[in-house]
Ligand binder design. Structure first.
Ligand SMILES: [Zn+2]
Length: 286
């Protein structure tokens, strides 16, 4: 809740390129990523500018692979007053890794992001919200690496993840060590008996603005912030198409042309801050 009595919503972007989408065989080889034409730079610069001009703050969960190649983007995020978190290094799903591999990947991502931005990484969002039941050990890895909050849980069913947690900001108590971790899960709205994500990725692109606003209103009525998550490719009508099943293809590429206007409309209507801000985590406390 901010001073005017309105709820402050969380605005976040997962910074990765079009070829980082998961479970596409033709993109699975990281050695081939460097040869592909990138769209991350152009669209991330637009995002930074749009959010900053609107007077809002946001969190960029940056892939370590991106931070290593485009350190100036990370620097620009920090200089523009935004928070930089990690989205892992290689964009592998957490439930497919063992704790040691996950820790190694995360350590590398934190190192490159912190040295690019001259900042401390406090938050994590898992690729494809891939902390699932049975993967709670990931929270202990995060604790050991000094991560102060998580934004990876998706409290509904989805293709590559989903976790039956509380909705809204809460403290996750399910780590095997019992250490508590502040958690900012994805927002879910109700339409009749259905529970539906509305505030990010393909959901935000697909749904009309009036329905997204209804989702915000539902969250606020429950005393919760809405959590927006978008990627640079969500804004990119020129995003290269890759072969995939028709239903996924639709969800990956539908309505990219409208995303800039949607974000601008939301920035105008709601008050946005970073995920750390919304959770009340003090960045200066390190
Ligand atoms: Zn991702």
């Amino acid at each position: 809740m901010n001073r005017s009595g309105h709820i402050t919503d969380a605005l976040s972007f997962d910074i990765e390129d079009w070829f980082h989408i998961v479970e596409v065989a033709s993109l699975a080889d990281p050695d081939a990523w460097g040869d592909k034409e990138s769209l991350v730079e152009r669209y991330t610069e637009w995002i930074i500018q749009a959010v900053t001009e609107a007077g809002a703050r946001c969190t960029f969960f940056v892939l370590g692979w991106i931070a290593e190649r485009y350190p100036h983007l990370v620097k620009l995020m920090v200089e523009s007053g935004h928070e930089v978190g990690t989205h892992s290094y290689w964009h592998r799903k957490v439930y497919e890794l063992d704790p040691e591999t996950f820790a190694e990947d995360m350590r590398r991502s934190i190192d490159v992001i912190e040295s690019a931005g001259g900042c401390k990484v406090l938050g994590f969002r898992a690729p494809s919200f891939s902390i699932t039941q049975g993967t709670e050990w990931a929270f202990d890895v995060l604790h050991d690496l000094g991560i102060k909050y998580d934004a990876s849980l998706f409290p509904a069913d989805r293709a590559h993840g989903g976790y039956p947690c509380k909705e809204g900001p809460h403290v996750f108590e399910g780590a095997p060590s019992g250490r508590p971790m502040p958690e900012l899960p994805m927002s879910i709205m109700r339409i009749g008996p259905k529970r539906l994500a509305f505030s990010g990725g393909g959901y935000l692109r697909l749904l009309p603005l009036w329905l997204i606003r209804r989702g915000f209103a539902q969250q606020h009525a429950r005393g919760m912030p809405a959590v927006i998550y978008l990627h640079p490719r969500d804004f990119a009508p020129d995003c290269p198409r890759v072969p995939m099943p028709l239903h996924r293809r639709f969800k990956c590429y539908v309505n990219t042309r409208g995303t800039k206007q949607k974000l601008k409309a939301l920035l105008q209507q709601y008050h946005f801050a970073s995920c750390a801000d919304v959770l009340g985590i003090d960045a200066s406390a390190g």
